[in-house]
Design a binder for this molecule. Structure first.
Ligand SMILES: [Fe+2]
Length: 253
């Protein structure tokens, strides 16, 4: 898709944005294309999990307080695979969510849920004009993890009641749904976290199948994405079926 936007130093940029690109290795071009917003999602085949460190310093992720968050059905602290997850960007409940996310596939069996990604640039372009205007006029809206609990089951067993209370009280912030920045013009909308007045209208018009990509996992896949210009979700997976992923987060440098 063609883009026109301003670069880091205010320079005029134009070219093509690719939603999803598959590569076999990570070179400087891949890193630059992700960081500059030229490619929204990279799939790196036959990777090792350490490859994610080539993209930058990994962040400690709240809730788990570690740089690698296991997703599946381990005994240890992890994200539960048994629940559907709504469309979201990771940690969109924070005032400043991390810029990029990653998932690495350790194990995956037939019947496990794929991960679905949505193009927030195209999603914005295809919203009705009056809804675009309303979203712009609304400005920053309150986001919180507590909102997710009100709308759906959150896929995590908390290690203690005290930690659960702390997390629900503190994981919150205000930010706009509309962005126009170096990644382009897009909507940054998480249906589980955003307390927008236009929740139902947005859910009606967003996440059209033709703006989505379905990633069926293979062991060794590393998928990294722009956490602002894409949203993602998954279906539940039966506990008997293996689906082990590791989640990462990193900021733009
Ligand atoms: Fe996520």
């Amino acid at each position: 898709m063609e883009f026109h936007r301003k670069g880091n130093s205010g320079e005029e940029l134009s070219g093509m944005t690719e939603f999803v690109k598959t590569v076999n290795s990570i070179d400087q071009q891949v890193i630059d294309d992700l960081y500059n917003g030229n490619v929204q999602i990279f799939i790196i085949k036959n990777a090792v999990k350490e490859d994610v460190q080539k993209f930058g310093e990994l962040e400690i992720q709240d809730l788990y307080l570690k740089k690698e968050v296991p997703i599946g059905k381990d005994e240890s602290d992890h994200v539960l695979q048994e629940y559907d997850m709504m469309w979201h960007s990771d940690r969109a409940y924070n005032a400043v969510p991390h810029t990029f996310g990653g998932l690495y596939c350790v194990d995956y069996e037939e019947g496990a849920s794929p991960t679905y990604f949505h193009d927030n640039i195209k999603g914005w372009q295809e919203l009705p004009k009056d809804l675009q205007e309303k979203v712009k006029a609304e400005g920053p809206v309150f986001h919180s993890i507590r909102t997710y609990f009100d709308r759906a089951d959150y896929p995590h067993n908390f290690r203690s009641k005290a930690y659960e209370r702390h997390f629900k009280m503190n994981a919150k912030g205000n930010h706009s749904l509309y962005y126009n920045d170096k990644f382009g013009e897009y909507i940054f909308f998480s249906e589980g976290y955003a307390n927008t007045k236009y929740l139902n209208e947005l859910k009606e018009h967003m996440f059209k199948p033709h703006n989505c990509y379905t990633h069926n996992w293979e062991v060794g896949d590393l998928v990294v994405w722009n956490n602002y210009t894409t949203a993602h979700r998954r279906d539940h997976t039966n506990p008997q079926v293996k689906r082990k992923l590791i989640r990462y987060a990193f900021h733009a440098v």
